[in-house]
Write a protein that binds this ligand. Structure first.
Ligand code: XMP
Length: 519
C-alpha cells in the first residue's frame, strides 16, 4: 500500500499532517527525524514530508538529516516536501542560504504564486497562508526555482523538479491556510502519484483477524471501560471476537456526569449484550481521599492512584475465578502512542498525566487494537461496528472527570450542583443542534460566592462558568462564538433550576493561553 512518511522535527503539527493525508485515503505515519534510514528503506514510502519545528537550523544541536538520506530519496525518486523548518533544512543541506531573522513572523500572509508548478496546481495567483517562522531562505542552490513569495518573504516556496524537492515556508496543514489541503493533495497525488488505498473501514477484518490470532480459542481479556469513544470501540471490537471472554470493568469514581453510570451500563449490558460487565461503585473511596485537597496536581495523582488500586483489586478477584485472563486491553490510539516532540515536551509539563498507565508489575499482556488509528478513524470503525451514536459522537471527557472542573476542593454537594448545571447546558446545546460542531462544551464550578437577587430575596451563591471550545488538534482551541440567545437561555435555566448557583459566566479564553479544562 502506498504510504507517506512524516518526519517529525519537533513541530506542533506532525500529527495534523499525517491525519490530513490519511483523510485523503493514503496511509501516513510519523517517524522521528533521526530514524534509522534502514527503517525508511523497508517502508519504501511514495513520499516524505519534513514537518516544521521550533528550532533554528543555526542553533547548536538543532535536528538535521544526513546526506545519505537525500541520496536515498533522489535515487529512489521519492518526492520530498519540507514545511517551515523542513523548508530551511533542505536548502541548508544543499548549500543554499538561510538567514536568521530578528523578528519572528507569525500569522496570516498573502502568498503570491509566481511560477507554475504541480504543487500549486488549480490555486489562484494569490492565496492566504499561515506563517510562523524565524529563519528565512534567502538564496537557492542551482537547480531550484522560486514558486511563490509574500511581501516579507521572497522565497516562500521553491522546487527542484529534477530532484523532486519542494519547500513551503508556511503551514499547509492548518485550517488557517484555506487551500492547504489542496497543496498537500497536489503533493501526494500529482507529484508523488500515490493511490488511494487506505480505507479505515476495510481495516476492521484485519484487526479482528489479529485479535483472533493473538487470543486464540480460550484466552480471556480484562478492560477498563470508561464509556468514552476509544475504550468503547476497543471493547466492542474485542467482544466481537471473543464474546463473554471479555471482562469489562467500569469504575464509578464519583466524578462522573449525571446518570453516566446508568447510561454506560444500559448501553453495554442491555444494548450490546455484554455479559461480563463489572460495575464498581467506588464513589465513597475516591471522595474520601479527595476531601479538602485543593491542589490540581495532587487531585489528579490521588485519582490516578486510586483508579489503579481499584482496578487491580478487581483484576485479582476476577483472575481467581478466571485463570485464563491473560490480557489487558487498552483503548490507546495513535497520538497517545506516538508522541511528537511537541506532545512529549510541552504539554507534559502543563498537566501531570492524561491517561492512567497501569503498573509494570501487572503480568498481563497488553492488547491495543486501535493503536495505529486517529480518533476520527476510531469513530468511523465504531459506526461500522454498530457502536451507539451517543458514544461515537461524545465529546472527550477527562479521566479525572469533574474533579478538574471544580476549582479547589471537591465534595458531593459541589459535584451535584455541577452535574445539574452541566446536564442543562448539554441539553440546550443538543437541542440547538450545535453539539457536534463543538470540540467540547461543559460547565465548571467556581468556588466563589457572589450576591444576587431572586424574587424579593437576596441570594449569595456560587458561580458557574460555561466552557465551549472549537478545536481540530487539541493543542490549540478557540472559544466558540455561541449564539447570544442560546447563552441567555442556558444561563437563565441554570440560575433558575440549579440551587446553589446564582451567576453564570461565559469563558472567552482561547488555548493558548488557557487550557481547555480548568485544572
Ligand atoms: P487541556 O485542559 O490540557 O486538555 O487543554 C486537552 C484535552 O485533554 C483532555 N484532558 C484529559 N483527558 N485524562 C484524559 O483522558 C486527563 O487527565 C485529561 N486532562 C485533560 C481535555 O478534556 C481536553 O480534551
Amino acid at each position: 500500500m502506498d504510504s507517506v512518511i512524516v518526519l517529525d522535527f519537533g513541530g506542533q503539527y506532525a500529527h495534523l499532517i499525517a491525519r490530513r493525508i490519511r483523510d485523503f485515503g493514503v496511509y501516513s505515519e510519523i517517524l522521528p527525524y533521526d530514524v534509522d534510514l534502514d527503517k525508511i528503506r523497508k517502508i519504501t514510502p511514495k513520499a516524505i514530508i519534513f514537518s516544521g519545528g521550533p528550532r533554528s537550523i543555526y542553533e547548536k544541536d538543532s535536528p538535521t538529516i544526513s546526506n545519505e538520506f537525500f541520496k536515498f530519496t533522489f535515487e529512489n525518486k521519492i518526492p520530498l516536501l519540507g514545511i517551515c523548518y523542513g523548508h530551511h533544512l533542505i536548502i541548508h543541506k544543499h548549500e543554499g542560504e538561510v538567514e536568521p531573522k530578528e523578528t519572528k513572523e507569525y500569522g496570516r500572509a498573502n502568498l503570491i504564486i509566481i511560477e507554475k508548478s504541480l504543487l500549486f496546481d488549480s490555486l489562484d495567483r494569490e492565496e492566504i497562508v499561515w506563517m510562523s517562522h524565524g529563519d528565512q531562505v534567502i538564496s537557492l542552490p542551482n537547480g531550484f526555482k522560486i514558486l511563490a513569495k509574500t511581501d516579507t518573504c521572497p522565497i516562500a516556496s521553491y522546487a527542484n523538479e529534477d530532484q523532486l524537492l519542494y519547500g513551503v515556508q508556511f503551514h499547509p496543514e492548518v485550517v488557517n491556510t484555506p487551500k492547504g489541503n489542496k497543496i498537500l493533495e497536489n503533493f501526494v497525488f500529482k507529484i508523488a502519484q500515490c493511490k488511494k488505498e487506505w480505507k479505515v473501514e476495510g481495516l476492521i477484518d484485519k484487526i479482528i483477524e489479529e485479535i483472533k490470532n493473538e487470543l486464540g480459542p480460550d484466552k480471556k481479556v480484562i478492560l477498563g471501560l470508561s464509556g468514552g469513544v476509544d475504550s468503547s470501540v476497543t471493547a466492542v471490537l474485542i467482544h466481537r471476537v471473543i464474546g463473554d471472554r471479555l471482562h469489562s470493568v467500569f469504575v464509578n469514581n464519583g466524578l462522573l456526569r449525571k446518570n453516566e453510570e446508568i447510561e454506560v451500563q444500559n448501553t453495554f449490558k442491555e444494548q450490546l449484550n455484554f455479559k461480563n460487565f463489572h460495575y464498581i461503585d467506588a464513589q465513597e473511596l475516591f471522595l474520601k481521599r479527595l476531601e479538602n485537597i485543593e491542589d490540581p496536581e495532587e487531585k489528579r495523582k490521588i485519582i490516578g492512584h486510586t483508579f489503579i488500586e481499584v482496578f487491580e483489586n478487581k483484576t485479582i478477584e476476577l483472575e481467581k475465578v478466571n485463570p485464563d485472563i491473560k490480557y489487558l486491553a487498552q483503548g490507546t490510539i495513535y497520538p497517545d502512542r506516538v508522541e511528537t516532540s511537541a506532545t512529549s515536551n510541552a504539554s507534559a509539563k502543563i498537566k501531570s498525566h492524561h491517561n492512567v498507565t497501569l503498573p509494570e508489575d501487572m503480568t498481563l499482556q497488553i492488547i491495543e487494537p486501535l493503536k495505529d488509528l486517529y480518533k476520527d478513524e476510531v469513530r468511523r470503525i465504531g459506526i461500522k461496528l454498530g457502536v451507539p451514536k451517543e458514544i461515537i459522537s461524545r465529546h472527550p471527557f477527562p479521566g479525572p472527570g469533574l474533579a478538574v472542573r471544580i476549582v479547589g476542593s471537591i465534595n458531593k454537594e459541589k459535584l451535584d450542583i455541577l452535574r445539574k448545571a452541566d446536564e442543562i447546558l448539554i441539553d440546550e446545546i443538543k437541542k440547538a443542534g450545535v453539539y457536534e460542531s463543538l470540540w467540547q462544551v461543559f460547565c465548571v464550578f467556581l468556588p466563589l460566592k457572589t450576591v444576587g437577587v431572586m424574587g424579593d430575596s437576596r441570594t449569595y451563591e456560587y458561580i458557574c462558568a460555561i466552557r465551549a471550545v472549537e478545536s481540530l488538534d487539541v493543542m490549540t482551541a478557540n472559544f466558540a462564538k455561541l449564539n447570544w440567545d442560546l447563552l441567555e437561555k442556558i444561563g437563565t435555566r441554570i440560575t433558575n433550576e440549579v440551587k446553589g448557583i446564582n451567576r453564570v459566566v461565559y469563558d472567552i479564553t482561547n488555548k493558548p493561553p488557557g487550557t481547555i479544562e480548568y485544572e
